[in-house]
Design a protein around this ligand. Structure first.
Ligand code: ZN
Length: 108
């Protein structure tokens, strides 16, 4: 696993954009606020996944279904970083709840 972690100092209500194409991946102006672009590998929170490509899921030690079934005892960040995906970027931001974060994965 080779990932780079970027911590955003934004509010939970701020949009999150792709570092490659600048598309808003989290876009609160849209009814469907999750808007993955072609560089997005996953959108996860400590409480569950909002988006995951099949390609990335296959590099994870556990399936998304398995993780969701045990989401009360799963450390999402630890699961995401156990991926064998060769090179990726994790953008971490505050979820507005103490100790909870959103993690958006992009291709490097
Ligand atoms: Zn993009």
């Amino acid at each position: 696993m080779t990932y780079q972690l970027i911590q955003l100092s934004i509010q939970a209500t701020d949009n999150i954009s792709c570092p490659h194409c600048q598309q808003n991946i989290i876009d609160w102006a849209e009814e469907q606020y999750v808007q993955p672009c072609e560089h997005t590998l996953f959108i996860a929170m400590d409480v569950g996944f909002e988006y995951m490509t099949d390609e990335f899921e296959q590099t994870m030690p556990r399936s998304v279904d398995d993780l969701h079934a045990h989401d009360d005892q799963v450390n999402m960040f630890s699961e995401i970083t156990q991926s064998t995906y060769p090179d990726y970027l994790i953008v971490k931001s505050d979820l507005g709840i103490e100790g909870y974060f959103r993690y958006v994965g992009f291709t490097a």
